[in-house]
Design a protein around this ligand. Structure first.
Ligand code: SF4
Length: 240
């Protein structure tokens, strides 16, 4: 087997390089061979966990479980066996589907500001993993995007998360992610769940979506930016 740079392979598994401009479909091990001039092909894939994650990423990218997606399957995620921080969101939107890159929009700008990190760190899969509840764009209805596909989390989520044992801080964004990671009472409001953040931190951080559509929520809940975000930034700093 040809020598492979583990770091690059896993960045490709996330489809994004640390500088944000490396993109490559992972259609198999050969597609993930590092071609960086300075790499030197000097390191080999020695950890079973790493190769396992690469295999899984390839499997997920070939997923066609949901045969009726309006734009077809395009799982969008960023994973690495060494990631310490996980962003657990809802599902890619239409723009993200076309860009093939998560949070490359005003929501992402706000999320990065909330975390106190720049784009280079955010898109470095060895630091930040991004795994939404539904990995493909689910389509749009009259009142916005549809819910994440119900088939997705049971098929992939536990398998992916099990291969990132170093995750020590999960930003839990939106009702579907909250139900999976935190299981709040069914009738609990978002504000009450987020306000209870100390119960879950430092491992889990219930959050509102950073979308500009949530400006009003942020305005009526100023404690979130005043109290929660400084603590979150501190936790992120500890792990980077
Ligand atoms: S949403 Fe999930 S289960 Fe459905 S096709 Fe995409 S990756 Fe597969």
């Amino acid at each position: 087997m040809q020598a492979i740079c583990v770091k690059r392979v896993l960045l490709y598994a996330g489809k994004l390089g640390a500088n944000g401009n490396v993109r490559q479909k992972l259609s198999g091990m050969r597609a993930a061979v590092c071609r960086k001039p300075n790499c030197g092909y000097s390191c080999r894939m020695t950890k079973a966990a790493d190769s396992d994650l690469v295999r899984l990423a390839s499997e997920v990218r070939g997923c066609t479980i949901c045969g009726d997606l309006p734009l077809g399957p395009r799982p969008i995620f960023q994973i690495h066996s060494k990631a310490r921080i996980l962003i657990a969101g809802q599902a890619p939107g239409r723009i993200t589907h076309h860009k093939d890159r998560p949070f490359d929009d005003p929501s992402g700008e706000r999320l990065r500001a909330w975390m106190g990190i720049d784009r280079d760190i955010f898109y470095d899969a060895s630091k930040v993993a991004i795994v939404p509840m539904g990995l493909c764009f689910p389509g749009t209805g009259k009142s916005g995007d549809f819910a994440p596909r119900a088939e997705c989390a049971p098929a992939w989520r536990a398998k992916i998360l099990a291969r990132m044992p170093g995750i020590a801080c999960t930003l839990v964004i939106g009702r579907y992610a909250l139900d999976w990671h935190i299981e709040p009472p069914k009738k609990a409001s978002l504000a009450s769940i987020v306000q209870d953040w100390k119960t879950h931190a430092p491992g889990l951080w219930p959050m509102p979506h950073p979308s500009p559509r949530n400006n009003r929520w942020l305005k009526v809940n100023p404690w979130f930016e005043e109290e929660v975000l400084p603590a979150l930034r501190g936790r992120v700093r500890e792990l980077l």
